[in-house]
Design a protein around this ligand. Structure first.
Ligand code: NDP
Length: 284
């Protein structure tokens, strides 16, 4: 039996269409959702990400600004830029592309973005809200992963979810979101001995390590929902943490790389920005 594919490309297209529909409604009320993406330095891969995010916004009819800053910029100048964007009523979401050059303090910079415009959901305030089970802006990749899991239709309550990876960007927030859905959650990391002993127990398995093909078919419980958040390059080809061929023979559902969690991230970013604009309407 072959696992059913959790197609992030199709789902992300649906989400982008929903973002466009809700943007059109907001525009009738005089508000155009606006996203500012701030990039410090000239990393070519990051420049592509920024362009893709801005293009996706424009395709949805949203207002989009790309702010490119010199890599030798001072902390004060970066913070001043973020404060200006925060005060701009046309901007509902601000995304600071990480990592920053060494001379800059990312925590201090992130603290300049108000929680209600932190559409990446990385601020201490939004991360704390997730931790405390309060409403807040949820990080895009973990949100997209939860959406992919929901596509399987598998009920989460009481299921054992195993998350491999414990970063603040993917692993920890996904684990918290699964806990919110009443899963029993295990978090594994590079110091976990006998990783397979844990992954084989998983009804829901999320891999977010960036270690290509870390998870093989014999490490997966038959019928499990398996989400691959990893991105790595092997022989020039983009690949994930999951060894697709062997795992697809065992899992019940599997998200591919590319075409799984990746496209979901941008779509969730658009949705977070639209939702921030909707909230600003209610504040007027
Ligand atoms: P990090 O490098 O910050 O974290 C990787 C995590 O994987 C760490 O917790 C690490 O453990 C764990 N790990 C590494 N090797 C192993 C191993 N052999 N066994 C078990 N655990 C291991 O990466 P991120 O969380 O930022 O990203 C993870 C992956 O997700 C990357 O491939 C990244 O490119 C991708 N990603 C994809 C996004 C998307 O849009 N789809 C967005 C963001 C990230 P330890 O803590 O002990 O070091």
């Amino acid at each position: 039996m072959s696992a059913k594919l959790l197609d992030g490309k199709t789902r992300s297209t649906e989400l982008k269409e929903e973002a466009a529909r809700r943007t059109a409604i907001l525009k009738e009320k005089g508000i155009t959702p606006g996203l500012a993406v701030v990039l410090v330095g000239h990393d070519p891969a990051s420049e592509i990400y920024v362009r893709n995010k801005n293009r996706a916004c424009e395709n949805a009819g949203m207002h989009s600004v790309a702010v490119y800053l010199d890599e030798n910029i001072s902390q004060e100048t970066l913070e001043e830029e973020l404060h200006q964007l925060s005060a701009d009523p046309k901007i509902h979401g601000i995304l600071l592309q990480l990592p920053l050059p060494k001379q800059l303090d990312a925590d201090r910079a992130m603290a300049c973005i108000p929680p209600d415009k932190d559409v990446d959901g990385f601020s201490n305030e939004n991360a704390g809200r997730l931790m405390n089970g309060q409403e807040g802006i949820r990080s895009c990749t973990p949100k997209g992963i939860m959406d992919l899991i929901a596509m399987s239709g598998v009920s989460l309550e009481g299921k054992h979810a195993v998350v491999v990876g414990r970063s603040s960007i993917v692993g920890k927030p996904v684990a918290m979101m699964l806990l919110e859905k009443n899963c029993t959650v295990t978090i594994c990391h590079s110091k976990t001995p006998d990783l397979a002993a844990f992954t084989r127990q998983a009804d829901i398995l999320v891999a977010a390590t960036g270690r290509a093909h870390l998870i093989q078919g014999d490490m997966v419980k038959p019928g499990a929902v398996v989400i691959d958040a990893g991105i790595a390059r092997v022989d020039g080809k983009v690949t994930g943490d999951i060894e697709h061929e062997s795992v697809s023979k065992v899992a019940g559902y599997l998200s591919p790389v590319p075409g799984g969690a990746g496209p979901m991230t941008i779509a969730e970013l658009l949705m977070n920005t639209v939702e921030a604009a909707e909230r600003s309407l209610h504040e007027v």
